[in-house]
Design a protein around this ligand. Structure first.
Ligand code: NAD
Length: 258
């Protein structure tokens, strides 16, 4: 049985009730995990208020700001984990960002700063958060990140984010190889397209969702809850032999040749 009772799980990437991280947090909570939630702070504190209200029913025992471009916030997030929990078992990396201008039109026009920003936030953050989590995962652990088909195929308009996801998937393998001896598993879920704040920045996302609904074997897209179920599985002992993998949760779209 899938049981995460007694596990301390830090979940990044909740912005609203459409966020994939929200689907994951709900399923981890349902499986009994003790949750810690991070949010991306803004100047007016609007995000803090919004996310705090949303996650309240899940009774998180830790709620901290963490902009992954800010070393101090990353440091203090894991310091808080150490102080309050003493041990971390699960890290959910469910965040990404690229400038909207870089998610439409020609990939060759990507600016240096746009490229760097996308890879810093969407790719390097997994490496940095995993490095910070490692010493706290004293009884082993599970790290799960979110990727997309655009990391292995040229998906229209996904552009620099495809490069970021390719780097993310390679990072999963390198991290899995390094952390395996500590019994820390690292995996990625490649989710099918879902309407969220982040995906709405990708040009033509609705056409992509419609296309998936027509050709995916299951003739539909997936939900945040389905991705959440897979994340909960990957974080559980049921997946104790799985590491370094990219698991597709996309209604089967990836196998199709059209
Ligand atoms: P979302 O907009 O709900 O989540 C993106 C999150 O990234 C937000 O919570 C945002 O606050 C956070 N974020 C952005 N910059 C940050 C920073 N500097 N520091 C900390 N957090 C930051 O969208 P989502 O679709 O749920 O995206 C979550 C993950 O799922 C992303 O990695 C995305 O690429 C991936 N994914 C999404 C889809 C999809 O179709 N929606 C498909 C496959 C993979």
């Amino acid at each position: 049985m899938l049981n995460l009772t007694g596990k301390n799980a830090l979940v990044t990437g909740i912005a609203n009730n459409r966020s994939i991280a929200w689907g994951i947090a709900q399923q981890l909570h349902a499986a009994g995990a003790n949750l810690g939630i991070t949010y991306l702070p803004d100047e007016r504190g609007k995000m803090e208020k919004k996310v705090a209200e949303l996650v309240e029913p899940l009774n998180p025992s830790l709620f901290v700001p963490c902009n992954v471009q800010n070393d101090e916030q990353i440091h203090s997030t894991f310091e808080t984990v150490q102080e309050k929990w003493g041990r971390l078992d699960i890290l959910i990396h469910c965040l990404a960002f690229a400038n909207k201008d870089d998610l439409t039109g020609g990939f060759s026009q990507t600016s240096r700063s746009g490229f760097n920003t996308a890879l810093e936030i969407s790719t390097y953050s997994l490496v940095q958060l995993s490095g910070a989590a490692k010493p706290l995962m004293t009884e082993g652990g599970s790290i799960v990140t979110l990727t997309y088909l655009g990391g292995v195929r040229a998906v229209p308009n996904y552009n620099v984010m495809g490069v970021a996801k390719a780097g993310l998937e390679a990072s999963v393998r390198y991290l899995a190889a390094e952390l395996g001896p500590e019994n820390i598993r690292v995996n990625a879920i490649s989710a099918g397209p879902i309407r969220t704040l982040a995906s709405s920045a990708v040009g033509g996302i609705l056409d992509m969702i419609h296309h998936v609904e027509q050709v995916a074997p299951l003739r539909r897209t997936v939900t945040q809850q389905e991705v959440g179920n897979t994340a909960a599985f990957l974080c559980s002992d049921l997946a104790s032999g799985i590491t370094g993998q990219v698991l597709y949760v996309d209604a089967g779209y990836e196998i199709m040749g059209m």
